[in-house]
Write a protein that binds this ligand. Sequence first.
Ligand SMILES: [Zn+2]
Length: 254
Amino acid sequence: MLEIVPLPAFKDNYIWTLRDERRAAVVDPGDAGPVKAYLARERLDLVAILATHHHPDHVGGIDELLQNRRVPVHGPKGEPIPGLTHPVGEGDTVTVAELGASFSVLAIPGHTRAHVAYYGAGSLFCGDTLFACGCGRLFEGTAEQMYASLAKLAALPDETRVYCGHEYTLANIRFAREVEPGNAVLAAREKRAAGLREAGKPTLPSTLGEERATNPFLRCVEPAVIESANKYLGARIADPVRVFAAIRDWKNRF
Ligand SMILES: [Zn+2]
């Protein structure tokens, strides 16, 4: 039975670890330390590494994990991923046979130019593209690309579990409430997330249904979001990509 465990790293990263009784695969091991400690404590063999994008807080631990073992490293073609053995892109499938798991690769550029997500068994590993109630910054892509990438993720089923790269949920919700002060589902989400954090628990995974109901970056056609974007810009726009770009810019200054 496959279990998915968050290993906290740095200030607010999660290294998502897929495991059964004997083996494990990790997604975005930015730091080898927590992974090595967990593998040793649980007596697990590492069998695969999956990377969503090249930022050091997601791939910085790969070299050290490969020092005393050889395992496949899956990651986006077109980005410098340490130890990359399996470059992947849109439409590819990543199989971790030892864990009986396989994932479709979705190309979701915007945060970085070749960022990918892994989707399988009702779970989505989306790195720094979709966050709980937020989205990643546009470092290497355009608003058009990011909007299309988020739309691609938003088209997955409601019950999809969303495993993002960072614990940003409470700060994201604070911003989302500025954008959509009248969203009651969002207000309820804030209470729930605050309770989880007070108990020292992750707010993740969320579900795509929850994101579609509360994440302003997936709600750029909602009248309340459009209105807030217009207020921020002091202009009248309705095109969803422009609404997206406006609230992304607003969030950067928030
Ligand atoms: Zn990143």
